[in-house]
Each structure stands twice: as C-alpha cells, then as structure tokens.
Design a protein around this ligand. Structure first.
Ligand SMILES: [Zn+2]
Length: 708
C-alpha cells in the first residue's frame, strides 16, 4: 500500500497519566449519585479537551439492588434451633481505600428476593455449575431437585450457572470464589489483598445474572421514554434466589457436607481441610443442622447516563471511529472499569492537545462512557438500538446527530488487570493491532508492547501472538453482534504463564480498589499508559488513514478456520448427511478468499493521487464487508444476535464460537425425538443455505461494481 495512505502516527504527549484516584474514591454502582457525579466529570473533561460535542444521554432502565437495611443472609441453625452461622453481607475493610461505610452489599443482580421455605432441603455441591457438572451429578445419582446448589465461580457466566440449577428444579444457589481460582499463593494475610493481589476469604464477587443484553424490559428496541416495556415476568430473569459469598463462609458450609458419593477428583477446590463432598446431607455431627438462604433484592426503574463526546472529522465527518468504556462498577472499580476510564480520559486529553496544535481527524471520533454495563451492557446496547438503522443503511451526514457509518469501535473495559496485552477482535483488526503494539513502549522490561506480547506467547508455544475473536461480556457486543461493526477489545491481563486463572482475583469485589491497582497490579501506572497509547494510536490510525486499514485477508482466513472447526468431532459428516449442499459453503468461503486477495492486490496497485469519488466507493466496500454477515432476522431463535460468523454460542455467554448458528442448532441434536429432529434438520438446511448466500454476497461486494 502506498505510504501516502498511512497516517503519520506520533507518540507525543503521553508523558503524564492523570491518576485515577478520583474515579475510584467511592463506590459507583450504576445510576447512583456517585455514578452521576462521574458522568458529569467525564463530560466536563471532554469539554476541556476541546471536543465539538459532549452530552449526557439518559435512559430509564430496569436495574436491581440489594436491600441496604435488610441484608441477604445465609444462616445455619443447630438442632436446638440456635443460629450457629450467619454469612457476611459485605467485605470487611482491610485498607483505607476499601472502607466506605456505604459500600454495596453482596448480591447477584436480577435474582429475586426469596428464601428456601423448608430449611431442611439440603445442599448439593455442583463444582462450576456447568451442564457437564450437573450431568455428572445425575450420573452419580445426586439429585438437585428441591435443593440448594452450591457452585464455585469460574469457567462460565454466573447467569448460566443459575439457569442450569433452575432448569433442574433447584430452589436456590450459593456462589463462592474458591481459593484455587483466586488465592493461588495461600490464604494467609501476607498472601492476599492488601499485601498481594489475591483475594482474601472475605471477598465476594457480585455480578449480573441477566442472560440478555440491554434493558431487560425492552429486548431488541431502545428504552426511550415512549417505548413499550414487557412485564418483568416476561423478561427472562432468574426465578430462584442466589447469593454470592466469600470462601471463608463457603468453607463453613462445605466442610459439613456429607459425601455418600465419591467427589470427582477435579471438583476438589483449594479450601484446606474440606473434602468438597457433594451432599445433600450434613455429616453426622451436624445432621440436624438447617441452612436458610434469604435474599431481599428488588428491581427498580432508574435513570442512567451515557456520556458521548465527539471530535468532528475534517474530510469525512459522517464516518465514525468509536472508543468506549463503561463507567459503572460493582464497587470502587479499581480495575473494572476505572482503569479503562482513566486511560480513555487520558486519550481524550492527548487528542485535545493534538487539536490545539492544529490537528483534526479525517473522520469523526466518538468517545463513549457507557452507563449500566455491569447489569447487562445496558447503556451501550440501548444507544446502539436507537441508531442501529443508521449504522446499517445510511451514509450521509445527519446534522447534530451521530449518524452515518461506523467503521471501527475500540472498547476498553478493564484496561489494567495484569501486564499482558490481550486484544480480541474482528479479524479485520488483527494486523492493525499488531502494527500499533509494535509502536508502543513496553509496560514491563520490553522495548515495545509487541515484544513483551510475543515473548509471553512464545512461552505458550505460539510463534506469534494468538489473535482471537470476541466473546460476550462487554460493551462492544451490540456493535459487533447486532450491527457487524468491527470491534477490538483492548486490555492488559494477568500472566497466564505464571498463574492460569480465569479472571483477576479482586474482580467485582470490595477489594478492587485504587490501592490494589497502585500497589499490586500497576505500580507506576505504566500499564494504564500503554493502554492509552494503544487506544490513541489506534483511533488516529483508523480516523486518519485515507484507505481504511483493515487486514482484509484475515477475514476469509478466520472464516475458513471457523468452518474447519465446525466440522470437527464428526459434525462435518453429520451436516453432510442432513444437507448434501453443505460443501457449497466451503466452496463459497474459498471463493471469498480469492476475491479478497484480488481486491487487496488492486488496492496495493493504486496510485497515490486516487480521486475522492473512487476513494469513497473503495472505503464503502471495505467498511461494509463485515456487515454483510449480519442476518436481519437474527440467528435461529436469537433475534438480537445477528452476526452469522463470529458471535458467542447460546449456551455459554463468555465463550467464542465461529458459526454460532450451526453450533446452536447441533446442540442436543442427537437426543431429539423423530419429529423434533425432522424440524431441526429443516432449520439446519435453511441456515446453511443462508450462510452460503452471505459468503457469496461478501465476494460480490469486493468485485468491481461494473460487474453488477
Ligand atoms: Zn467491566
């Protein structure tokens, strides 16, 4: 590609990072007064950075809260009816940064208030609460019907755990963080927060349990004032009570469980002296003990704000590059999300400085501080739902509105939870992020972030950094899975070569504090700085390059790889037996690969003085490429998930799958009855046919317009 089309990226101005102490000084749960204070502060910072617009955009949403005067409790009583144990309902302060007296109680959002009416129902330990764990319990003859399920956090989304327990007629769920996942250097005072980053036994992971995205009362349409809202009962919220606790309290319950069946070896966690017996009964010494789970959560309609700031593009103001980060936290939000907010504010400041020097981006840049992400990506989803039609169909300027076309969205939720760059995203962005990472100074000992990234991946036997597509779990979801806008999710995370844990230990607890960031995760704030450097360079690269710099050829390659993966485990033969035209999908993908290479070769041969009309139409082709894979009616049975190739599967919100429609349709296929199987086969044939058409359309999009 001629050098002319590359932007000249500079790294000036990234010398001082504003300390994110102010952001993390107090808890800022969505739609609370402190959250609103931060929203206004962020707007004021956008204004101070010289943005063209900076607005608070309100939505009235269904949220969920614990009862502050009547805490959720788990109690144990002995045979004499005396209470012998009462669970903690919030963290014990361990450092001045975590001792806010108003700190939010431990709860799981959108689980109902309730109690187990018969406290003698028994408790079953269900490992991580996955489908395979419940299947294993079935196999062992341990029934959870009418009982309380106790499961450890990790592996899958907490909402799925509750759903699985509910599907099997459990009456309640207790979730806990196991030391094996959050305290790998032991549970002594010296080994955990505040002295180290590991979680103490009093830390409790809060979090939503809502399985959808957006306001539960307006699935698929925006939560505007006039909008129709479904009844709460139709919103698909959890039906059984659930309470998260720390491992100190979990131990008190687990150590009393009797094991009539042998616990599978891999189910044994890290609590010392605990056998992790499956229950449901208590051991002989405690056989007359009774466990009661009481929760008092309630739902409310509350107003939450997105803060949207824009820098208007000079040449193509109707083309948008987005950067987003959520603002709300379950507590102080040290890592999640205030490390991301801090870097976004720094990025805003840096671009503001460049504007003072006379720079203006070619395309518009939009900064988004999303509200109520923690409850289910609500602020970003509602905002996109208002504008989805603009993203898909229009390419002209809408005065005073965010309209036109979007070509890129970069998300940073938790920018700092460890030192290793992790940047899952659309394959169209895989080369650009590598290029940018090579330009940013290392956050540890390496010369560049890329060098550190590569060194880390080599230890994991990957010759180059492994690029991944997006799973669910943050604000890019609706941009990507609903609108087909290429998204990148930038964060620095823990070093898996040292400790292979699924999430940083203080995640969603009262110990995710400024002190934890400053002392344990990012002393010196170099990770924050690295994150902000990557974000600002990426924004400029996409906002300023004349030809949109997607790695076009990575898209068909990734589709081809996903296709090969779909065929694994005998599924290729199965799909072939269901639909003999299945191989045509493979042929269409091969054809798309060739067309893309031809298109890229054409771009590379272009002269530097490309005329504006040709440039505009070329960029249209590039920008629309991923959106071709959007199915207007959604994936089979999932109207709000419309990306046919890269979206999470239905049965685990956190996991990534290629061709999610096929995986969903094959789920449970073998155990279907004859009639259901015939119906499912029809759906599969239809879906494969749709996919083939989409891939063929992607090829035609890249062909010369003369050949229409
Ligand atoms: Zn977050």
């Amino acid at each position: 590609m001629p050098q002319y089309y590359q932007c000249r990226i500079t790294q000036r101005y990234h010398t001082i990072l504003p300390i994110p102490q102010e952001l993390t000084r107090k808890p800022h749960l969505a739609a609370t007064p402190r959250d609103d204070v931060l929203a206004r502060m962020i707007r004021d910072r956008f204004v101070a950075s010289g943005f063209d617009t900076a607005d608070l955009v309100p939505y009235d949403l269904l949220l969920s809260r614990p009862n502050h005067t009547n805490p959720n409790l788990i109690t144990l009583t002995n045979g004499a009816g005396e209470e012998v144990f009462r669970s903690a309902f919030k963290e014990i302060p361990l450092h001045e940064d975590d001792e806010d007296p108003e700190f939010v109680h431990s709860f799981n959002a959108y689980t109902p208030a309730g109690l187990n009416p018969d406290p003698g129902v028994g408790v079953v330990y269900a490992n991580y609460g996955r489908v395979e764990d419940f299947d294993e319990l079935d196999r062992l003859g341990v029934n959870v019907t009418g009982r309380i399920v106790m499961a450890r956090y990790g592996k899958i989304f907490r909402g799925n755990k509750i759903q699985h327990a509910q599907d099997r007629n459990a009456v309640g769920v207790i979730l806990f963080s196991d030391p094996l996942d959050v305290a790998l250097e032991g549970v002594t005072e010296e080994a955990v927060y505040p002295n180290k980053g590991w979680l103490p036994g009093t830390g409790m992971q809060r979090g939503t349990t809502f399985m959808g995205d957006g306001d539960p009362l307006t699935p698929g349409w925006p939560s505007t004032e006039h909008a129709y809202r479904v009844d709460k009962e139709e919103a698909g919220l959890a039906q059984i009570p659930c309470q998260p606790i720390g491992y100190n309290d979990a131990k008190v319950i687990l150590e009393k469980l009797r094991g009539d069946q042998q616990t599978p070896e891999s189910w044994v966690g890290g609590l010392e002296g605990v056998e992790y017996n499956l229950g449901p009964y208590f051991k002989a010494d405690f056989s007359d003990y009774r466990l009661r789970l009481q929760t008092h959560n309630y739902e409310l309609r509350a107003r939450s704000y997105n803060v949207i700031g824009t820098i208007k593009g000079e040449v193509e103001p109707d083309r948008y590059v987005f950067i987003g980060n959520h603002r709300d936290a379950w507590g102080y939000g040290g890592s999640d999300p205030s490390s991301g907010t801090a870097q976004m504010l720094e990025t805003a400041r840096v671009l503001g400085e460049l504007m003072k020097d006379g720079w203006r981006p070619r395309r518009s840049i939009v900064f988004c501080s999303w509200g109520a992400e923690e409850y289910g990506l609500i602020g970003s989803t509602e905002w996109v739902e208002v504008r989805a039609y603009l993203f898909l169909f229009f390419s002209f300027i809408l005065r005073n509105k965010i309209g036109g076309l979007t070509m890129f969205h970069v998300n940073t939720d938790t920018c700092a939870s460890g030192p290793i760059l992790h940047a899952p995203g659309s394959p169209l962005l895989w080369d650009p992020i590598v290029k940018i990472a090579k330009m940013v100074p290392g956050v540890r000992n390496g010369e560049t972030v890329y060098e550190e990234w590569e060194e880390y991946e080599k230890l994991r036997n990957h010759s180059t950094p492994e690029m991944r597509t997006l799973g669910s779990g943050s604000d890019y979801a609706h941009f990507s899975f609903y609108c087909g806008i290429p998204c990148l999710d930038i964060w620095f995370r823990r070093d898996k070569n040292k400790y292979d844990i699924s999430i940083y230990p203080a995640y969603h607890t009262g110990y995710d504090t400024f002190y934890n960031i400053d002392h344990n995760i990012d002393p010196g704030f170099r990770i924050h700085q690295g994150c902000s450097r990557i974000a600002s360079l990426t924004l400029r690269y996409f906002a300023d390059s004349a030809i949109i710099p997607y790695s076009l050829e990575k898209l068909p390659t990734a589709i081809k790889n996903a296709f090969e993966k779909v065929k694994e485990k005998g599924n290729g033969e199965k799909l072939m037996a269901i639909y003999d035209k299945f191989p045509l999908l493979g042929e269409a993908i091969d054809n798309f690969t060739m067309t893309t290479s031809g298109f890229v070769a054409k771009i590379n041969q272009m002269k530097e003085d490309i005329d504006p009309v040709t440039l505009r139409s070329l960029n249209d082709q590039i920008m629309k490429l991923e959106q071709i894979f959007i199915m207007p009616a959604g994936l089979p049975g999932r109207p709000t998930v419309r990306h046919a190739i890269f979206a999470p599967s239905q049965f685990d919100n956190y996991a990534t799958a290629g061709f999610p429609g096929i995986s969903d349709l094959l789920y449970g296929y073998d155990s279907l009855g004859t009639e259901e199987m015939t119906a499912r086969q029809k759906e599969i044939r239809r879906h494969i046919s749709d996919l083939t058409i989409l891939v063929q359309r992607a090829s035609s999009l890249l062909e010369d317009f003369h050949s229409i």
